[in-house]
Design a binder for this molecule. Structure first.
Ligand code: ADP
Ligand code: MG
Length: 256
């Protein structure tokens, strides 16, 4: 089942073509990696999917329905979006930040109900952030903050997660932890589209990879297919080292 499908998507900003003929789909239970060099248009793809940008051409379908026929509230419930810039500078407690995940379920005048509180607590427990619940978000370390942001996503009970560089700035252990969470979410029948720069992480955790280059899908398929030496040379201008033990892996090595 295709949870998201785009067909021949064109997006331009300030009169410049940013996405050109972008077609892809994401199936239920998949972790799909969206990779590509800086400025390729990865964040623009995610913004178009959540409806923050209007494409010039092409269609986006969510659960088989054109996105413009889906209400904003339904979109907010179904799609969990983690923006690339997720710095929180307000002096809010972790618990408050995670509670924001429930907003799509509340009427403007409504407070959190017992069921919402339970979902918020469960989201914090699932991400190992429950012990941080009374701490200020702006006082946390990067790895802790990243997990809180995932807890906020989980609290929204989305069926599709769109995460824009969720491991940026994290050490290897925290990066793996975040990817394990995302993979676990997909195992429970939800889908994840994750923007990554770490090709080794992408090859390990993604069932499929989309390589975006200058606004176009340059390659898509298994990590092994997409991270071929030709593709890495033409899109990233790098040489890589490859491993083929039990699992395929790719290690960027040299700039060319
Ligand atoms: P990525 O996430 O792959 O690094 P982005 O999607 O953020 O790339 O940006 C793709 C291109 O679109 C870049 O060249 C960027 O400068 C341009 N761009 C992004 N946002 C805007 C905007 N609001 N107005 C004009 N150009 C933009
Ligand atoms: Mg980006």
């Amino acid at each position: 089942m295709k949870l998201i499908e785009t067909e021949k998507l064109d997006v331009s900003l300030d009169g410049m073509t940013i996405l050109n003929d972008v077609s892809f789909w994401i199936g239920k239970g998949e972790v799909v990696g969206l990779v590509g060099p800086n400025g390729a248009g990865k964040s623009t793809v995610l913004k178009a999917l959540i409806g923050a940008l209007l494409p010039d051409k092409g269609t986006i379908r969510i659960f088989g329905k054109p996105v413009r026929e889906v209400s904003r509230r339904t979109l907010a419930r179904k799609l969990g979006y983690l923006p690339q810039e997720n710095e929180v500078h307000w002096p809010l407690t972790v618990e408050r930040v995670v509670a924001f995940g429930r907003i799509p379920y509340l009427m403007p005048w409504e407070g959190l109900k017992g069921a919402d509180q339970k979902i918020i607590r469960d989201a914090m427990r699932a991400t190992d952030t429950f012990h941080l619940r009374h701490r200020r978000i702006d006082h946390l370390a990067g790895g802790e903050k990243a997990l809180v942001m995932i807890a906020r996503l989980l609290a929204g009970e989305p069926e599709i997660i769109l995460a824009d560089e969720p491991v940026q700035g994290l050490d290897p252990a925290h990066s793996i932890q975040v990817m394990e969470f995302l993979a676990g979410i997909a195992e429970n029948g939800r889908s994840v589209l994750v923007v990554l720069h770490d090709l080794a992480l992408a090859s390990r955790f993604c069932s499929r990879v989309l390589l975006l280059h200058e606004g176009k899908i340059a390659a898509s398929g298994s990590p092994e297919e997409v991270f071929s030496s030709e593709n890495l040379r033409s899109s990233y201008h790098i040489e890589a080292k490859y491993g083929n033990g039990d699992d395929f892996y790719v290690l960027p090595w040299k700039r060319i």
